[in-house]
Structures are given as structure tokens and as C-alpha cells.
Design a protein around this ligand. Structure first.
Ligand code: PMP
Length: 416
């Protein structure tokens, strides 16, 4: 199979709308656009089979139940899980990480330790802080240099009290993609639970949790061309079995008595209440969609764009590059030398170029590196060479206007 970004893009109806004919969408780390097949799956669910699962056994309820379990099978294949029981549906990576922090920490002793890194999304920091406060646990950070975690020094913060190591599979702020094989090596002889935050990773690489060797993996469908409000947690079956449930309610029980309840088997123990069924139908379609693509060719295309952007911005005196091209999942983070990042974002927005400005839910990294506010351009496989040229031209035009403003200001100062 080969890959054409132009052809791939044609499957995304948003880009075919007249009002979006000039759009250059470079905010893919926040969320990706959706192909027609995903949109159709959501629509078809409501038109043809809308009914709640499990609770009743009429034809439509059975159809919904089958759909959910079929998507679970696809999700298990997507990450190469051993069994479908290892897939827990949830709202996304944030909810999955909260589930893990809640369930894993509730069984820890005061003084036990959790290891995270400065490059984590807030979703992989705050839930641990909340749990640490509740259970009097200690949070340790992988050693860093100016905010950039040195994952090869992970061993320095591991000790006999470490219970959980929860690390990014790829940073949403600077694209940094840790060497997961090396992390696995560091954790080989220690008894800890290793969580990979795969929210960014799953969009750009094929995932094999068995090869990675992690205990848990979390992801959100909206980052890989699926709908928002749905994602899943992969967990080793034995570990999920031994964990207490999180949310209580319907679907997650075996029996309910006045004072206590028994819980359902995996995976339902962790899926209380009515799931986002239409979104699940969309997730199934997104998994099918990705399964039909040449993922290696997609990744190569994205890498080509990211390397090109880094090369161009590194060569320009008008920008300070924050991200690095190597081991990068598809993110270019930078700041303009003249003018503010926010001014630049507005300039780009006026030209219908979508990028993001801010701390990107990674304040620890931003503060430690001295770059709390950056411009982030993040690519997906539908970004074309033409998108990148348009983006670079707009950056150049912005700099020219900024230079003129500097010259005008100097002239005025001289006149005094
Ligand atoms: N982790 C990372 C690395 C992310 O990029 C994101 C989303 N920006 C999350 C976690 C949280 O994902 P969600 O908002 O879909 O729950």
C-alpha cells in the first residue's frame, strides 16, 4: 500500500465544505477531524439501532449490545490485547487515568510512591496528586533538564516504595516520544505497575501493548479520527481483576443487597451506567478506518512534514524552536522572536490556519523550560505539502510585519 495525503483528506467531509476550502488545520494534537465513515456510523446507530444495551433483550437492545462487544474486539485488536476483557470503555484518556489513580492508589500505604514526569499532560498529573493527598502518597518525577524528562535516568527515582510509574507515550506539548523499549528495560526488575498515556501515541503509531510490555494503556478516540467523549483503558486481565471498581451503578453489579453489592465480571465491573453508545459506534468505525490504512506510510508522511517544519523554523532567526525533530510524534512548538505567540495565533487564524497557543495542559514542562506559552502546530496524515507551504508563508509574512513595526518604532525613537 502507498499513501497520498490528498486522497486521504478527501475522506474528511469537513475539508470539502466551502467555508473550509482554505482551511489549514494544524491543531490535530487537540483533536483530529472525522472521516465520513465515522460520521455515518454515529448517524446509522441512531437511525437503525438506538437502544440501551444489556438491560433488555429485545431485538434492538441485542443489536446495541452486539455492537458494543464488537467494538471491544476491535479495540483489543487495535492494541493487541490478549483478551477483550482487558478493554474498558470510558470517556477518554482523562477518565481512564482518573480510574487508574483512584483504583490503584486506594490499595496503597501512606508513603508509597508514584513516578510521573514533567512532560505529562495535566490528565496524568492531577489525578495522581488528588489520590496522593487522599492516601498520603509521594509523587516523584523522572529527572529532567530544563523540564525535559531524562527517561534514561528513570532508575534514579525508583525504590522499594514505588508502586506506579505513569508516563507519557508522547507529549502533546512538544511531541517528545520516549523510548518505550528502554523504559520497559528500566522497569524489568521492579515490581511496579506501568501505565502508558497513549493519547497522542495511538494516532501516530501502531500499538502493541504486549510488545511495549506495559500494564495499562489509555487513549481517546478523538485523537485518532474517532468521535469525542469515548476512549478506552487497556489493562492486564489479572490486574484489572484484582482492582476494586471505580464508579458504582447499573451494569457493573452482579447483585445488590441492602448494605453491600457484588460486582460484575470484567470488563463490565468498570463500566457503570449507560455508555456513550453512538460514540462507541463511531469508535468502531475509526478503528476499521485505521485498520484499512497503511499506518507506516501515514507515519512517514507525518514525519516528513514535521522534519521539514523543524528544518525551516530552525533556520529562521525569527523563531525560537522549542520542540525537536527527532523522536517527535508530529508536533512543532515554537515562539516568535518579535511579537507575541498570541498575536501570531490571531494572525494565522485570520488566514484560516488553525494552530494552538498556550501551555497545552503541560504547565510543569512549560514553566521548567521557561516557555509557558508556545505556538503549537500539530500534524495529521491529511496535512498536505501545500498546507505546510501556506503555513510557512504566513509565518514569513507575520515576521515581515513585525520587522516593519520594529523599524518604525526605532525611527520614532531616533526622531526624539
Ligand atoms: N494525555 C495526553 C498526552 C493528551 O494529549 C491528552 C489530550 N490533549 C490527554 C491525555 C487527555 O485526553 P482527553 O482530553 O481526550 O481525555
Amino acid at each position: 500500500m502507498s499513501f497520498s495525503a490528498e486522497e486521504f483528506k478527501r475522506q474528511f467531509p469537513l475539508f470539502a465544505q466551502e467555508e473550509n476550502s482554505e482551511l489549514v488545520y494544524l491543531d490535530n494534537a487537540a483533536t483530529t477531524q472525522k472521516p465520513m465513515s465515522v460520521i455515518n456510523a454515529i448517524r446509522d446507530y441512531y437511525i437503525h439501532s438506538s437502544a440501551n444495551t444489556h438491560r433488555s433483550s429485545h431485538r434492538l437492545a441485542r443489536k446495541s449490545t452486539e455492537m458494543v462487544e464488537c467494538v471491544r474486539k476491535k479495540a483489543a485488536q487495535f492494541v493487541n490485547a490478549v483478551s477483550e476483557k482487558e478493554i474498558i470503555f470510558c470517556r477518554g484518556a482523562t477518565e481512564a487515568l482518573n480510574l487508574l489513580a483512584h483504583c490503584l492508589c486506594s490499595e496503597m500505604e501512606p508513603g508509597d510512591e508514584i513516578v510521573i514526569s514533567t512532560a505529562e499532560h495535566h490528565a496524568n498529573i492531577v489525578p495522581w496528586q488528588m489520590a496522593a493527598e487522599r492516601h498520603r502518597l509521594t509523587i516523584r518525577y523522572v529527572p529532567d533538564i530544563a523540564g525535559i524528562p531524562q527517561f534514561d535516568r528513570l532508575g534514579e527515582v525508583l525504590n522499594e516504595r514505588t508502586r506506579v510509574v505513569s508516563l507519557t507515550g508522547g507529549s502533546n506539548a512538544i511531541g517528545l516520544r520516549p523510548d518505550l523499549a528502554a523504559i520497559s528495560q528500566s522497569l524489568r526488575h521492579v515490581q511496579v505497575k506501568w501505565i502508558v498515556d497513549g493519547a497522542q501515541l495511538a494516532a501516530h503509531e501502531e500499538i502493541d501493548v504486549r510488545k511495549i510490555g506495559c500494564d495499562f494503556f489509555v487513549c481517546s478516540a478523538h485523537k485518532f479520527y474517532g468521535p469525542s467523549g469515548i476512549g478506552f483503558l487497556y489493562g492486564r486481565e489479572g490486574l484489572l481483576e484484582s482492582m476494586p471498581p471505580w464508579l458504582g451503578g447499573g451494569e457493573m453489579i452482579s447483585k445488590v443487597e441492602p448494605q453491600t453489592s457484588g460486582y460484575a465480571d470484567l470488563p463490565h465491573k468498570f463500566e457503570a451506567g449507560t455508555s456513550s453508545l453512538a460514540a462507541l459506534a463511531g469508535l468502531g468505525a475509526a478503528l476499521d478506518f485505521l485498520a484499512q490504512q497503511d499506518r507506516k506510510a501515514m507515519a512517514e508522511h507525518e514525519q516528513k512534514l514535521v522534519h521539514y517544519l523543524h528544518r525551516k523554523l530552525a533556520a529562521s532567526p525569527d523563531f525560537r524552536l522549542i520542540s525537536q525533530a527527532s523522536h517527535n510524534l508530529g508536533i512543532v512548538a515554537f515562539v516568535p522572536v518579535h511579537g507575541s505567540a498570541t498575536d501570531l495565533m490571531h494572525w494565522l487564524d485570520e488566514r484560516d490556519i488553525a494552530v494552538r497557543v498556550g501551555h497545552h495542559c503541560a504547565q510543569l514542562l512549560g514553566r521548567a523550560s521557561g516557555n509557558l506559552v508556545t505556538v503549537r502546530a500539530s500534524v495529521a496524515a491529511y496535512n498536505t505539502d501545500s498546507d505546510i507551504r501556506t503555513f510557512l508563508q504566513a509565518l514569513e509574512d507575520f515576521c515581515e510585519v513585525q520587522q516593519q513595526a520594529v523599524i518604525a518604532h526605532e525611527y520614532e525613537s531616533d526622531s526624539w
